[in-house]
Design a protein around this ligand. Structure first.
Ligand SMILES: Cc1cc2nc3c(=O)[nH]c(=O)nc-3n(C[C@H](O)[C@H](O)[C@H](O)COP(=O)(O)O)c2cc1C
Ligand code: SF4
Length: 419
């Protein structure tokens, strides 16, 4: 997915400084937005009033998290999560490669607001040129916070916030058992604010233009804009900036509309859920509305699956990938996810014995809500949505064997696969 397109009714905000000629350097960034104003603790009130929520997947209120960290004892630390572990998402990479100073401004503003002297910007360690360009961007600035660009292992669970903290503390990049959460005890034992890089980019704009400006886009209960990665059977796959509350179908329309008759949409990424295309179309893109519709907003991905693909086979590939990506330290990851991946593959590719569906149904409750982190629950949510949305296909696979869709080229992207 390499087309980068901007679409926003009220004009782009985050993507306003995007140029087709290359990454925005510091002078370009200042020409677009002016220098970052001096901010202090009052910024937390402004972020609260703006109603900014985290764009890393869970949608936690950013002001509330900043206040918890600021209220902790002693020095503080900020960690910008730029790992973008979701293989189907491209938004964080777009920000970091094309608009790095927007993210760095957000990091500096968050540090000033909570009283942090040290900050880390984390990206995957195999992204050598990204690491290099971010180091150069940091060197071009005069921030009072010390910003260190850190490479972390490119595994799915390594970018969960406690895994990042554990890695920065010299340990393995695996989710830690909580409490304490990073907000209370994080890097070097200090209260640590972990935010997604898109969240920080919004924060950089709120520091300049204020809470009322932020709320002038989106819905009162879900204000502002967000970046979505739209892919699959659409004419112009890419990253788009939309207002919160934009219907899913309109996000697809921004990407040029459907390229093929759709069967279902995967909304929210691999920790999200499948929704029937027709049902998903009018649903406003907010955490609450998508949850009520049986989906998830996650980190803002919409992937259209064509009618000729096999939803069960696509899901089986992703479940196998996610099972292999577990940290192997809790029962659900060690035993549950591999068993689920086998059962899902059985249903998708073998079937015909009438037992794969029953096997899946028996395994799901044994895995749910039993991991130290949300990794296993993300996988079970995806499987449950697949067998719900493709219920008829699942029965036919189970009884009569796989459909013709399994012979089609896989659609959902996975790391290392060039689709
Ligand atoms: C398995 C797993 C993987 C995650 N990967 C990412 C990631 O790649 N990027 C990200 O920003 N958040 C990721 N998160 C969420 C982070 O733990 C954390 O909630 C987020 O960085 C906080 O930022 P926000 O409040 O700005 O959204 C992941 C969570 C889980 C459970
Ligand atoms: S559930 Fe899995 S990924 Fe999460 S902490 Fe346990 S072993 Fe690690």
């Amino acid at each position: 997915m390499n087309t980068i397109t901007v679409g926003h009714r009220a004009g782009p905000r985050l993507l306003a400084g995007l140029s087709y000629y290359g990454p925005a350097g510091l002078p370009d960034h200042h020409r677009q937005h002016g220098p970052l104003p001096a901010v202090g603790r009052r910024l937390i009130d402004v972020v609260d009033a703006a109603g900014l929520t985290g764009r890393g997947g869970a949608g936690f209120p950013t002001g509330r998290k900043m206040r918890i960290v600021a209220g902790g004892r002693g020095s503080k630390v900020v960690v910008a999560n730029g790992c973008e572990g979701e293989p189907a998402s491209s938004k964080d990479r777009l920000l970091l490669t094309m608009l790095p100073h927007l993210v760095l401004d957000g990091l500096a503003a968050a540090a000033a607001a909570i009283g942090a002297r040290d900050a880390y910007l984390c990206v995957h360690d195999h992204e050598a040129s990204l690491l290099e360009s971010l180091q150069a961007a940091v060197a071009a600035r005069k921030d009072s916070v010390r910003i260190q660009v850190s490479g972390v292992p490119g595994r799915y669970v390594a970018s969960e916030q406690s895994a990042l903290v554990q890695y920065l503390n010299g340990g393995a990049a695996k989710p830690a058992f909580s409490p304490p959460r990073p907000q209370e005890r994080g890097v070097r034992g200090l209260p640590t604010l972990v935010n997604n890089v898109e969240t920080l980019a919004h924060l950089a704009l709120i520091a300049r233009y204020g809470d009322r400006w932020f709320r002038s886009a989106g819905l009162p209960a879900a204000p502002g804009t967000m970046l979505v990665t739209v892919g699959g059977a659409v004419r112009r796959p890419g990253v788009y900036e939309i207002e919160l509350g934009t219907p899913v179908g309109e996000a697809v329309a921004r990407a040029g509309g459907l390229a093929e008759q759709p069967q279902a949409l995967l909304v929210g990424g691999y920790f999200g859920a499948w929704l029937p295309a027709g049902a998903a179309w009018p649903v406003p893109m907010t955490h609450a509305a998508l949850k009520a519709a049986g989906g998830a907003l996650g980190a803002g991905m919409v992937i259209a699956l064509p009618a000729s693909s096999c939803l069960l086979a696509e899901t089986a590939r992703i479940v196998r990938y996610l099972a292999d990506e577990g940290a192997g330290q809790c029962g659900p990851c060690v035993f549950g996810l591999p068993a689920l991946a086998n059962a899902m593959a059985d249903l998708a590719y073998h079937g015909g014995r009438g037992r794969a569906g029953r096997q899946l149904a028996a395994l799901l409750p044994l895995v749910e809500r039993r991991g130290a982190c949300k990794h296993p629950d993300g996988v079970t949510q995806l499987i449950r949505s697949a067998v719900r949305v493709a219920a008829r296909d699942a029965r036919e696979h189970d009884v009569a064997g796989p459909c013709r869709g399994i012979t089609r080229e896989p659609l959902l992207p996975l790391p290392g696969e060039d689709l």
